[in-house]
Design a protein around this ligand. Structure first.
Ligand code: SF4
Ligand code: SF4
Length: 355
């Protein structure tokens, strides 16, 4: 069967305001990433001046907050039925490739499962996603080295690439197709697509440039994790970890949670909240045993989850290379340095074996 090419259109760049208004008038309210001083925040978009165009991922993992809220009621006892509801549709503007790769992981964990999670599914139904190519690179970005790219490749309804004079729109869903067919867009010419692809190559090179002291490694990450379980690297690199859980809280692909019951006035409620594997009690069992009592064991577990377990279970890294955990760690732990140290150990082992 012939592969269907994605539908790619364009509009003049100065038409962004008109496009936003048209979306609001014809589809749904537009929310998204906004720039407030140095901070990137999230909220209702009032016009093109208000929106964080292109740029790079926000520090806060908004994909996680929206689709897997930090606190959510998932059941109510002895009261009226409490089924998840699809909210009034909203359009989300501005997610980047690493945000959407997190969404792909949630889909695997909460949708492709039996049974799937009805609360997650209701949220998936509540949003249209208009994503953007990154137009900047942070010193902490490493998406290209964990099977990603600085431009979205799936999980969007529409993806926008900002060039100097035009905005290229790639369709990713029937809703996205409806938008480009009803809004007066032009079909992108081969020359436009070539310009977009060149721009993307440049962005990839920038990601490689900021990582040249860490990557590429000599062996796949999964191999390194599997073969260096007893490495002294874990003890050494976890020395400055204070088990604050910041890396897991900020990580868009850390989706672990815990459940507890809360007493209400008439009914009791079951609440789901984020939980962090870096906390000492995370893995503790009811009988008191704890398989990851030591800080080093919890530290190592996080890396194994990101680069080994996801590969075994679903064929994906559970890390998008967004670098958020590097930005927030009070112990100044850089995930890339840890991976590099494992690789150096591997190279040393190879040399010793060859001698
Ligand atoms: S953010 Fe840093 S210090 Fe805090 S738990 Fe994670 S690795 Fe440890
Ligand atoms: S582990 Fe770090 S770099 Fe990877 S997705 Fe999580 S926050 Fe981003």
């Amino acid at each position: 069967m012939r592969r269907e090419e994605p539908l790619i259109c364009k509009i003049p760049r100065e038409e962004l305001g008109k496009f936003l208004k048209w979306l609001e008038d014809n589809h749904a309210p537009v929310y998204g990433l906004k720039k407030e001083g140095e901070k990137v925040t999230f909220g209702k978009i009032s016009g093109p001046h208000d929106i964080y165009l292109g740029g790079v991922r926000s520090l806060h993992p908004y994909t996680k907050t929206l689709f897997l809220p930090p606190r959510e009621r998932v059941a109510r006892y002895f009261g009226e039925e409490d089924l998840p509801t699809v909210e009034e549709k909203k359009i989300i503007f501005g997610f980047k490739a690493c945000d959407l790769r997190a969404l792909a992981i949630y889909d695997i964990m909460f949708d492709d499962t039996v049974p799937s999670d009805p609360f997650y599914l209701a949220k998936r139904e509540s949003y249209y996603i208009i994503s953007f190519d990154c137009t900047e690179v942070l010193p902490t970005c490493f998406c290209v080295f964990v099977d990603g790219n600085p431009y979205p490749e799936s999980k969007f309804d529409l993806n926008l690439t900002l060039l100097e004079d035009i905005i290229i729109m790639e369709v990713g869903s029937p809703w996205g197709e409806e938008v480009v067919k009803k809004y007066p867009t032009w079909l992108a010419e081969p020359e436009d697509i070539k310009r977009r692809d060149l721009f993307r190559e440049e962005m990839k090179k920038k990601v490689m440039e900021v990582n040249k002291e860490f990557f590429p490694l000599s062996k796949p990450l999964t191999y390194l994790l599997r073969t260096h379980f007893d490495s002294p690297v874990w003890e050494e690199k976890s020395q400055t970890c204070v088990a604050c859980g910041g890396c897991t809280a900020i990580c868009p692909t850390c989706y672990c949670y815990t459940l507890y019951d809360e007493e209400g006035e008439k009914t009791n409620e079951r609440i789901r909240i984020w939980d962090y594997c870096q906390y000492p009690g995370f893995a503790q069992e009811a009988g008191g045993a704890n398989p990851r009592k030591k800080r080093m064991e919890r530290f190592r577990h996080r890396y194994a989850h990101k680069f080994d377990y996801g590969m075994v279970r679903k064929g994906v890294y559970e890390c998008t290379g967004c670098g958020r955990c590097i930005s927030v760690c009070p112990g100044k732990i850089d995930m890339r340095e840890v991976l590099l140290a494992l690789d150096q150990e591997e190279l040393k082992k190879g040399k010793e074996n060859a001698a």
